[in-house]
Each structure stands twice: as C-alpha cells, then as structure tokens.
Design a protein around this ligand. Structure first.
Ligand code: GLA
Length: 384
C-alpha cells in the first residue's frame, strides 16, 4: 500500500493541496465460509494488502472521484438519485449514502484511490474500499460518532443496497477490526468477537490465486443465501424459535427433510457442518494442533465443492495438488466461484508445493496461479 504513489496522483489530478490519507485491508479467512449470514462463526484476519485513498473536502455538494488503477474519473452528487454508473464508484457513493442515513452530514470531496488487494481473488477488495471510505467520512464529517461495528455495517449495507450482493458481515468486520498477528473469531449472531494470536511455528499460510473469476458470482451467492433461508423456514415450522441455520442441528434438518428441496438440503448440511468446524479449529489452535486445523480445512473444501457447490475446476485442482504434496490444510477461500485457495503448509514443504502447484496448474490451464504469502495486519486507519 503505497501512500506516496496515491499522494502524487491525487495532487496531479486535483491540482491542489494535500488531503488526508486513509487505508483499509483485504482479509483472509482461516475457516468459516458462508456461515456469517447464517448467524454462525467466522475466523478471518486482515492482510497487508488493501486500499489507500486520499480525500479532501472540496466545499461543494459533489464528490469527484478518481480510480488510479482503472484510470477512470467520475463525479456524483450525494442524493439517492445521483448514483453513478461505474461499479467502482457505486461503492463510494453507497458508503456516502449509508453514512448520511446514519446522520453524518457528508459534503462534497475530492478523492483518488488505489489498491494492491487483487480484485476478484476472494480477498475482499470491495470491503477494503468500503471500509476505507466509511472510516474516512466518519472522521472528516462525523466527529467519529459512528462506532466500528456500525462502520462495518455501512460497508455491508452498501453491498446490499447499491451493489446487489446480499453479503454477510465478515469482510467488512475483518477490514475494520483487523489486528496485526491476530485472527478474529466473530460470532455473527451476537457480534461477540475474540482475537487469537496466530503465528504457527513451523508453518506458513499461503494463498494460491487461480486468477479465475466466474460471471454471475454475485447472483449465485445470493441464491445460496436464499437456499439457507428456505431450509430455515422449513425447520422453523416445527421449531419456531429457529432464526438461522446456526440454531439447527443435523437432526432438526433431517426431521424437515421432506419439506426441503434436495439442493437446499445439501446447502444447509454444509453450513451446519461448517459452523461446528470453526469451533473445532479454535479448540485445535489453542492446543497448537495444526494437523486438526488442516484436516478441517480439507473438510471445508469438500463441503464447498460438493455440497455448497461454490468451487470450480481450477480450485478443485489446486486443492488436489495440495493434498498430493502433503500440505497440512487447503481449501477454497471466500465466497468462491473463483479466487484463491488458502493453504497451511509446513515450512519444509513450502518450496516444493509452490513449484509443483505452479507447474501442474500451468500445464493444465495454460497460466500460472499467483502466490501471496499471508501477513496478518491491522485494520482501517488514517495514514496521514
Ligand atoms: C463473501 C461475503 C462474506 C461471506 C463470504 C463467504 O466474501 O462478502 O460475507 O459470506 O463470501 O464466507
């Protein structure tokens, strides 16, 4: 995340004095996928890649925004009818609107931003962008009156209301609350969270990016969420207190099986298993038992691939290579439909694994996967 670079572009583009510079990270998630909108647990951490934005109030009622990476410029007003067309700008517009809805008197500003969190890799580049602006607008126009949880919810509501993705809270939460060297277990129902130091001796966490992003990922994501809600509605006929799949056991799901489509049943089966796996992984980490952590990661991959069906050929292939190489744990990370696998690898296997994965992937798909070593870092902040 290069402050000087963003600064120089901002000044060149807006021909004026410096503003303030803010940053927010992307995230990894060790385990707990598609559990957030089911009231379950997630276990993410912020990474050392993210978004950096320079922002300066401009005394008008217009936002003038420049995407340095896309070399694209747009202007928009702050009323509901002023939504810009460019999808990158809708994130900024959505954050402005959500802050206004929460009583912050957002005024016009000039801004330029850039990021090094890869787009479409399942590392939440969009949450990084939302958190950056939510954090900045709170400081510049809101006297910091919005608390950190609400800032995360501003990002989530932006996805729901302006970008068409009915996401959970994990990505924005991790981006705002990240802490160097720590993963965070979040209970997405009660919103209680706990930091876990994460520095596995003798292992590395590495992401392999398939560089594949499937079309329709957001509509498929929304469809998964609907399946979970349908399963809950069927179970709730007998158990009226059930609100989320978090409240359900496999026995309860089986009792309602006749009222649930085969597809929705598989989705719910995955989620119920995954919520338990997060707790199992936390226990295993407390014992320093990385073999169990890894085994759970493989189980998650199986569930995401065969039951939840959010993997793809490239990611299944990367997962198989990890297994063949004796990697401790590996699975598709994030929403799925492309993006990365996250791999827990013993130090001594690291070089061979990366080389084998690159060569075999290239042989089959004609391009190399990208490799990102994970460095767990701090959340949203002001840089200057
Ligand atoms: C995306 C969403 C998150 C979460 C993950 C899957 O990243 O934005 O809310 O549901 O997928 O765990």
């Amino acid at each position: 995340m290069d402050i000087e670079y963003v600064r120089s572009k901002f000044q060149k583009h807006f021909n004026g004095e410096a503003g303030s510079v803010y940053a927010s990270p992307g995230r990894i998630n060790l385990i707990g996928e598609h559990t957030d909108y089911n009231g379950g647990f997630v276990f993410p951490g912020a990474v050392d890649k993210g978004m950096v934005a320079e922002i300066k109030p401009n005394g008008t009622d217009k936002v003038r925004a420049y995407s340095i990476d896309l070399k694209d410029y747009t202007e928009f007003g702050l009323n509901e009818a002023d939504a810009p067309h460019a999808s990158w700008a809708r994130y900024i517009f959505g954050v402005c609107r959500e802050m206004i809805k929460r009583g912050v008197e957002v005024k016009g500003f000039d801004t330029a931003f850039s990021g090094d969190v890869p787009l479409g890799a399942g590392m939440s580049s969009s949450a990084a962008l939302e958190s950056t602006y939510a954090f900045a607008l709170n400081e510049l126009f809101g006297d910091n009156k919005i608390d950190k949880f609400e800032l995360a919810k501003v990002g989530q509501a932006t996805e729901h209301n302006y970008c068409g993705v009915n996401c959970g809270i994990m990505d924005q939460f991790a981006s705002v609350f990240g802490k160097a060297g720590h993963l965070i277990r979040l209970d997405c129902r009660s919103l209680e969270y706990q930091y876990f130091p994460f520095n596995p001796k003798g292992y590395k966490l590495v992401l392999l990016d398939s560089v594949v992003k499937h079309e329709l990922a957001s509509s498929a994501y929304n469809k998964r969420r609907q399946s979970c809600e349908s399963a809950v509605a069927a179970i709730a006929k007998k158990y009226p207190n059930v609100e989320f799949l978090r409240d359900c056991t496999m026995d309860m799901l089986n009792e309602a099986k006749a009222d649930i489509s085969e597809e929705d049943y598989k989705r719910a089966e995955y989620v119920i298993g995954e919520i338990q796996r997060v707790l199992d992984v936390c226990d295993a980490l407390e014992r320093g038992d990385y073999e169990t952590v890894g085994q759970k990661m493989f189980e998650t991959h199986y569930g995401m691939s065969k039951l939840y069906e959010v993997s793809c050929e490239e990611l299944d292939f990367l997962n198989d290579i990890a297994f063949d190489c004796g990697v401790t744990g590996s699975r598709v990370m994030g929403g799925g439909f492309g993006g990365c696998t996250i791999n827990l690898v013993k130090d001594e296997l690291y070089e061979t694994f990366i080389k084998t994965a690159k060569d075999r992937f290239n042989e089959k798909f004609g391009h190399y996967p990208k490799v990102y070593d994970v460095v767990i870092s701090d959340g949203s902040r002001k840089l200057i």
